[in-house]
Structure formats: C-alpha cells, structure tokens
Design a protein around this ligand. Structure first.
Ligand code: IPM
Ligand code: MN
Length: 356
C-alpha cells in the first residue's frame, strides 16, 4: 500500500504528522513517501506542484494531504499560488468525487454553532463535484471591456460550465452513496438563474430514474444554505457542484462543532483517492502546536476504507477518535468548560493509545 504524503503549508505539517503517527500504530505495512507541495514546494522548487510531487501522487494508491496556502503568497500570480497545487492534483488525477461527511459527534453537540437538539445525531454526506464548474471553466481572464455597463474599463471573468457526462458521473456517485444510507438525495442547484444548473437539474432527474429506490429532491443553493442552519437533520446526501459545494461544506462544518473535525476524500474513477481535512492551512495558528489533528486523522480512516480496502483499520481509528472525545480531550477549537485542553501532539498520542 503506497501512500504519498503531502503535508504542505501552515498547520499542514503538524496535523499530517499526527495522522502518519496513527497509521504507523496500526499493524499494517505501508510504504509512505513524503513530498513538498504548495508554498513549501514553491520555496523549494519554484512551483507549488512540482513534476516529481505529481508523479509520486499519480503512482501512489492514495494521497494523504495536509493543506496549502499562506498570506505571504497573495502577491503571486495564479499559476504559482499554493492553492494551484491542490487544484492541479484534482484536475491532473481526475479526482472528481469529493466526499465531505459532516457528522456531529455526541460529545460535541455543545460545541456546534446551533442548539444541541438541532445537531444531535447529525450525519450529512456532502458530495461535491470537484473538477468542473467555475473553478476550471474556460475562458477566464482579465481584459478591457468592450460592452456591459462600463465599456473601456478593466474587467475580469470566469466561466461556469458543466457537461452532461460530468454531471452524470457525480450523480451516480451520489445515488449509490444514498443507497448505502437513508436513500435520500438532495441536489443543490441554482437552476432558476443559471443555464449550467438547469442542465445539472435535468441530468440529476434523469439519472435518478435509474435509482427508483432513492428519493431525489432539488433545492436552490440559497435555500439550502438557510435550511442547513435551520433544520440540518433534514439532509442526508447532498450533491452539488464545485463552488456551491465549497461554500456549503464550510457552512456544514460549523454544525459539527469545528471545521477541525471534517475529513474529506476525493476519488477518481480508478479508485485512487486524495484524503485531506476540509479546513485550510490556518497560517494564524501555524507552528503553535495547537491545531486539531482529528480531521486529518479521520481522513486517514477514509483512506483506509475507500482506497486501501482496510475497513477494520478505518473502524479502529474512528472508534479511537470517539473514545478520546469521550475521555474529554479537546483541542482549542472544540474546547468547552469541563473538558481537558490538549495540544496537537497530545491529541495524536491519545488517538494512538485509544486504538486498543
Ligand atoms: C477546499 C479549499 C480549496 C477549494 C482551495 C484551497 C483551493 O477551500 O478544499 O475546500 O476551494 O476547493
Ligand atoms: Mn473550501
């Protein structure tokens, strides 16, 4: 089992170290190789996604990814910005299916931004399309406007686009995921305004007819954003495009207590996967040793389940995470009165100990 380990920037190195520690504590044989990515790779090799890093990732069974980005790179042009490393990996490897489970653990119902009764038992699976939409649509750029409200002025533009096969394949992923859960899919769109999401809605409906056991409903993204904080438990599988999925998954994270709890998996059609916490590089707390490693540790569990066919090991990690929460251990982001504050390394150590 070959794992490419790409820690990246900011807290990326600290949290990935804890996930690697947990993986090494399982009695399994992994071949792990580490490579620079993001701002770290820009410093070392002049590019956020060096050829050698991409090659290592492409040849691995799975990628464990930390986070990329730092304010100090804000001045860089787009092709060199750290974020291009993760976008480039998603695109080059065709990692189109992004799973972002938002689970509120029993012990964290009071850490949620919502009233405990609204989130107790919450278990939503956000499925975000990850290689299309306005993130990658061409053309895009800057130019001098020749029409519009201010002809002659500088303008910038991006293109939102989805093809039928792109929507079909993510629709199948969502319906098949729902078959293993409560058999409900909510497709989130903006079909009342956008052509792109009119096609999205049509294709979702068509593909849905192949899954008569799954109930499909459609919701506009603005309404979905509201329903997520009003009555989040109404959702089970939520499928949406790249940009709406980016925004809604951050929103959903606050229902679970902290974005520091949210793992993710990004899969391609070959079964390869990239596993990363849903949060970013958090440069404001980098190097302080206080980041929550649980999202990354839970991402490693998803890796064992989805790409490495080790479901028992995945269960062991997930149960260990529940156990440390039950012991009352908390990093700062999920701390509340009466619990025990621990740092990044102590949290990783506690998970290792709880593996049993
Ligand atoms: C995410 C991140 C990325 C995204 C950034 C870092 C490019 O916010 O994975 O959600 O927008 O997809
Ligand atoms: Mn995001």
């Amino acid at each position: 089992m070959k794992i490419a380990v790409l820690p990246g920037d900011g807290i990326g190195t600290e949290i990935v170290a804890e996930a690697v520690k947990v993986l090494n504590a399982l009695d399994l044989k992994f071949e792990m190789e580490t490579a620079p990515v993001g701002g770290a790779a820009y410093e070392a090799a002049g590019h956020p996604l060096p050829e050698s890093t991409l090659k290592l990732a492409q040849e691995a069974d799975a990628i464990l990814f930390g986070a990329v980005g730092d304010w100090k790179y804000d001045r860089l042009d787009r092709p060199l910005r750290p974020e291009q490393a993760i976008l480039g990996l998603r695109k080059a490897m065709g990692l189109f299916a992004n799973f972002r489970p938002a689970i509120c653990y029993e012990q964290l119902t009071h850490a949620s931004s919502l009233k405990p009764e609204l989130v107790a038992g919450l278990d939503i699976l956000i499925i975000r399309e990850l290689t299309g939409d306005i993130y990658f649509g061409q053309p895009r750029g800057r130019r001098i406007a020749t029409d519009g409200h201010f002809p002659g002025a500088e303008e910038a533009f991006d293109t939102m686009r989805y093809s039928r096969p792109e929507i079909e394949r993510i629709a199948h992923v969502a319906f098949q995921a729902a078959q293993k859960r409560s058999k409900r899919v909510t497709s989130v769109d903006k079909a009342n305004v956008l052509e792109t999401f009119q096609l999205w809605k049509d294709v979702m409906t068509e593909v849905g007819q192949q899954y008569p056991d799954v109930a499909l409903d459609h919701m506009y993204v603005d309404n979905a954003a509201m329903q997520l904080v009003k009555e989040p438990k109404k959702f089970d599988v939520l499928v949406t495009g790249n940009m709406f999925g980016d925004i809604l998954s951050d929103e959903a994270s606050m229902l679970t207590g902290s974005i520091g709890m949210l793992p993710s998996a990004s899969l391609n059609s070959k079964g390869q996967g990239l596993y990363e916490p849903s949060h970013g590089s958090a440069p404001d707390i980098a190097g302080k040793g206080i980041a929550n490693p649980l999202a990354t540790i839970l991402s490693a569990a998803m890796m064992l389940r989805f790409s490495l066919q080790q479901p028992e090991a995945a269960d062991r990690i997930e149960n260990a995470v529940k156990a440390v929460l039950a012991q009352g251990l908390r990093t700062g982001d999920i701390y509340s009165e009466g619990t025990t504050k621990v740092n990044t390394v102590q949290m990783g150590d506690a998970v290792v100990k709880a593996l049993g």
